[in-house]
Design a protein around this ligand. Structure first.
Ligand SMILES: Cc1cc2nc3c(=O)[nH]c(=O)nc-3n(C[C@H](O)[C@H](O)[C@H](O)COP(=O)(O)OP(=O)(O)OC[C@H]3O[C@@H](n4cnc5c(N)ncnc54)[C@H](O)[C@@H]3O)c2cc1C
Length: 332
């Protein structure tokens, strides 16, 4: 780690030690990362990643942390945050070149002002463009991948590459960028010409509906569970399934299934990662007992010593004993 710090210091790349991750996610949960790096240019991203690789420091990339659960133990290694300094965009006719650190709602509004349609569904998604692309995020049955022409990223070997949409492997809430080891730095989007007023008014409708449906007054991570086509065709969206199982309002510690929208888990104040994981485990087992199927998680979990995995993967080998124990202690 000392050699990595030397590289960062000598290049003036901003970093901090023992950075509380709860300050970098929308759930406001998570212990310290050994090293937290905030590069301001492609060169700084490349230099930081090559220093991590040369010195065998485990690392991963994040955006706004609006789809991540950090552990109370934080992360043993380096977190590379692609933030505002790597943001910015240029609009030319119906094309936009956008930096990965751009806040998605800001890009959506700018596209509306330019009379471009296609990003209306992203206006309420509180992530950065890099995270949006990695998650192939979207709403109203649309995804950002529908508008992507190319993505520029730093690959696992530290080489800058450009991928076409096909190479990005976009499918429902999936892309090839999700393991946190390829760093998206820029993307090219192509939108449709429209009238600014029309695009803006559609965005206002989207925002109004989201405000009425989502529990935005408490820290949360958006939809915890993702749509499984088979479950959807038989029982509906995950929120409906959880509601039908009578789980609205279920609480573990300070984590609670929202009364407003059952696919949201809200942090009532002092929730920790084991509260959230315990609650998710309980929801999954009640749903499994009721419909005979496991619901997959959209939220991703940062394991302190490994990296990013879809949260349901930690339940693969049966219930995680560590969380089971904590859950029992809290219930007692
Ligand atoms: C209130 C609320 C509402 C939401 N509504 C929606 C919605 O309608 N639709 C939807 O799809 N999502 C929604 N989300 C979830 C979340 O906002 C999206 O998934 C968002 O795109 C994540 O962006 P982020 O910058 O926060 O990424 P993070 O949460 O920081 O990271 C998510 C994943 O992306 C990867 N990643 C992040 N940045 C980069 C990068 N530069 N290069 C490579 N990989 C990267 C990370 O490694 C991680 O695997 C919502 C969340 C909240 C809190």
């Amino acid at each position: 780690m000392r050699r990595v710090l030397h590289v960062l210091e000598s290049m003036g790349i901003p970093f901090s030690l023992d950075e509380p991750l709860k300050n970098h996610c929308t759930w406001r949960i998570g212990g310290p990362a050994d090293l937290f790096v905030q590069p301001r240019s492609d060169e700084e991203v490349t230099a930081a990643v090559s220093a991590f690789r040369r010195n065998d420091v485990p690392w991963l990339v994040i955006g706004r942390g609006s789809n991540l659960l950090f552990d109370d133990d934080g992360f043993r290694g380096a977190i590379l945050k692609v933030g505002r300094s790597l943001g910015g965009f240029e609009i030319r006719e119906d094309r936009i070149t956008v930096g990965a650190g751009t806040w998605a709602p800001c890009l959506a509004r700018a596209s509306a002002s330019a009379g471009l349609s296609g990003l209306e569904h992203t206006v309420g998604i509180p992530g950065n463009v890099g995270g949006l692309i990695a998650m192939n995020g979207g709403s109203l049955r649309r995804s950002i991948g529908d508008s992507v022409e190319w993505v520029r990223f730093l690959d696992e070997d530290g080489v800058l590459k450009v991928f076409s949409p096909e190479e990005c492997g976009f499918s429902y809430r999936r892309s090839c960028f999700q393991d946190g080891r390829r760093v998206v730095v820029e993307a090219g989007l192509r939108l449709k010409r429209s009238m600014p007023g029309e695009v803006r008014s559609e965005m206002e409708d989207v925002l109004k509906e989201r405000k009425s449906k989502f529990p935005l007054a408490y820290p949360n991570c958006g939809s915890v569970f993702s749509n499984d086509p088979e479950i959807f065709s038989l029982w509906g969206a995950p929120g409906r399934v959880i509601e039908l199982c009578g789980l609205k309002g279920l609480r573990l510690g300070d984590a609670m299934v929202s009364e407003k929208h059952a696919n949201f888990i809200i942090n009532l104040g002092d929730a920790d990662s084991s509260d959230v994981i315990g609650l998710i485990g309980t929801i999954r087992s009640v749903v499994r007992d009721s419909i005979g199927r496991d619901i997959p998680c959209e939220v991703r979990y940062v394991e302190p010593k490994k990296g990013i995995v879809p949260l349901h993967e930690i339940f693969r080998s049966g219930d995680n004993p560590r969380f089971k124990k904590k859950e029992q202690e809290k219930r007692a």
